[in-house]
Design a binder for this molecule. Structure first.
Ligand code: MG
Length: 338
């Protein structure tokens, strides 16, 4: 294949509308790169590199330097030589190239449901009726942020506030030890909990065996998120026969189609999720979700996310359709970065 002729990149640094509380402190702005590849006949391929250095990933500065080294007309060999350590850049190059060569995946869903995000703690209670009224039926609540006993009491109030037939996702972001996780899983067993995400973190001692044991002992499915960062992690979990769910943030994977191929046998156990990327990354991530045979609610109820307009993915709504992606104006986003 002839390599595309004009590769350009622009760096973004965007302030979140509301700072995000993370295990590493407050996260106020997000940076990354947008790639624009112009090929023959004026066809354009777009890609986004959106690393999260707090996850131990590469920095945007490193990616920028690698882009500068590639230049405006890189040979295919130079692209292939981009280090695996710079997975987000490989991702951006791969997605742009797929678009440029017309190899983007075709949608098999006309729409997919979206999970609504609830604030941590009791603030969730006031939000549920509004989101239910808007039509959401899957809700995600962050737990592990406050006192364990208080949150367990709140769980009943949150469940009681849900509309009929709704499902609740819980995300502990690895906050608990074995005993804490067991107390939650006991409580979840007869409640409308779709899954519990990452009850213990990947750094916990014996984390993999602990998670496998919990998954075997309790009926509520467990989802891996922080435990599933790279290709090596996926291989280990598949080899161990992980029976639970896989949270997939396509934006953080060097080669999402290859990653997904290995999950074909677990199609209904994959949950597509945002890495708080811009419309460029969101578009390619959601395209993959629309092409995937599984149909779990998407973890993409995050927008509007940025203070500056024009960078967000599709605004949080109970459903998203493939044609919603066509409305994302990547050229204007690019122009705004000049
Ligand atoms: Mg999570």
């Amino acid at each position: 294949m002839t390599p595309p002729s004009r590769l350009a990149y622009r760096r973004y640094r965007l302030t979140f509308r509301h700072p995000l509380r993370t295990a590493a402190g407050w996260w106020r702005e997000r940076d990354g790169l947008i790639l624009r590849w112009e090929g023959e006949g004026g066809r354009i391929g777009w890609g986004e590199a959106a690393p999260i250095p707090a996850f131990g990933m590469e920095t945007t500065g490193e990616l920028e330097a690698a882009c500068a080294a590639l230049g405006a007309a890189p040979e295919a060999e130079a692209i292939a030589r981009v280090p695996f350590r710079l997975g987000c850049l490989r991702h951006a190059l791969g997605r742009a190239q797929a678009e440029l060569t017309g190899r983007t995946p075709a949608a098999v869903h006309r729409f997919l449901p979206v999970a609504a995000l609830l604030p941590a703690g009791p603030a969730a209670l006031a939000k549920i009726p509004l989101l239910a009224e808007a039509g959401f039926r899957t809700f995600k609540w962050k737990v592990g942020a406050g006192d364990l006993g208080d949150e367990l009491v709140l769980l009943d109030e949150v469940c009681a506030a849900l509309p009929a037939g709704a499902q609740l996702r819980l995300d502990a972001n690895g906050a608990w030890d074995r005993r804490g996780a067991e107390r939650w899983l006991e409580r979840c067993a007869d409640r409308p909990v779709e899954f519990l995400e990452q009850p213990v973190g990947p750094q916990a001692r014996g984390a993999a065996d602990l998670l496998l044991g919990l998954a075997a002992d309790y009926p509520t499915p467990i989802a891996l998120d922080e435990s599933l960062v790279g290709d090596g992690d996926l291989e280990r979990w598949l080899a161990a026969g992980w029976p639970g769910l896989f949270i997939l943030k396509p934006a953080l994977l060097a080669d999402p189609p290859a990653f997904l191929e290995r999950l074909r046998g677990a199609a209904e156990r994959v949950v597509f999720s945002s890495a708080l990327e811009t419309a460029v990354g969101a578009r390619s991530a959601l395209q993959l979700a629309f092409s995937w045979p599984g149909a779990r609610a998407l973890g993409f109820g995050v927008w509007p996310l940025f203070a500056l307009p024009g960078f967000d993915g599709p605004a949080a709504a109970p459903f998203v359709r493939p044609e919603d992606l066509d409305r994302l104006d990547r050229q204007s986003l690019w122009n705004a970065l000049s």
